[in-house]
Ligand binder design. Structure first.
Ligand code: ADP
Ligand code: TYD
Length: 207
């Protein structure tokens, strides 16, 4: 079996990642590909348990350092149990968020902890996606969409608009760090127009 293809969606809360990940998974399945759609934090039994510790409760429940450890622990389990086995079977793995979220949320917004994030990544995760689609949209629009869901998982959204603006700038600057891997997608369009553009980019990038 081949090496598979690993794709991640990134962007601020409410930017439309989950919607686009789902539409892409459906389009690729229709085209005959074997697809695993997964998410972070989560994507394996153990990582879903860690997710609950992370996304529920008081915004100041964890320090930034503790958060980095929890996200990395969840990612390691997700990698071992879900992502690597699927890639080894030659599948396309679509992850709704991956390591770039930690670089931006923990590494750039709450003190300059990017060095720690990168060191832990090199030590415990190692691999990057083959392609990352960053859905770019204004924090105002995205926050309105995100909070409208009222999912009970609003710990990060509760940090507010200034925090979302920092995240937006953090995601935009990732393009400079990983120019070959990252594609910026304009998220302020109709969801099917966005999905058509993403499908073309991905079909072009597949080996
Ligand atoms: P994320 O996963 O980035 O938080 P979602 O995909 O869950 O974002 O989308 C957040 C909300 O916005 C959902 O209610 C979804 O139906 C809606 N939505 C997603 N994409 C669009 C779009 N292009 N235009 C308008 N609403 C959208
Ligand atoms: P998610 O369920 O993707 O939220 P949303 O659908 O609102 O975008 O992720 C939950 C929260 O966890 C989200 O606010 C982003 C945050 N997060 C981090 O802070 N660091 C990380 O490494 C990851 C994967 C997520």
């Amino acid at each position: 079996m081949g090496a598979g293809f690993f794709l991640s969606f990134e962007g601020i809360d409410g930017s439309g990642k989950s919607t686009q990940a789902r539409l892409l998974a459906n389009a690729l399945k229709k085209a005959g590909h074997d697809v695993v759609l997964t998410r972070e934090p989560g994507g394996s039994d153990g990582a879903e348990e860690i997710r609950r510790l992370l996304v529920e409760g008081d915004p100041n429940r964890w320090s930034a350092e503790t958060e980095i450890l929890l996200f990395t622990a969840a990612r390691r389990d997700h990698m071992e149990r879900t992502i690597l086995p699927a890639l080894e079977q030659g599948k396309i793995v679509i992850s709704d968020r991956f390591a770039d979220s930690t670089r931006v949320y923990q590494g750039a917004t709450r003190g300059d902890l990017r060095g720690i994030v990168d060191q832990l990544h090199d030590l415990m995760i190692k691999r990057e996606p083959d392609l990352t689609l960053v859905i770019n949209m204004s924090p105002n629009d995205a926050l309105a969409r995100g909070l409208a869901r009222d999912s009970g998982e609003d710990r990060f959204e509760d940090f507010g608009l200034a925090f979302q603006q920092k995240l937006h700038d953090g995601f935009a600057s990732l393009k400079h760090d990983f120019p070959d891997r990252i594609r910026m997608i304009d998220g302020a369009r109709d969801m099917h127009t966005i999905a058509d553009g993403i499908r073309d980019i991905v079909l072009d990038a597949l080996p």
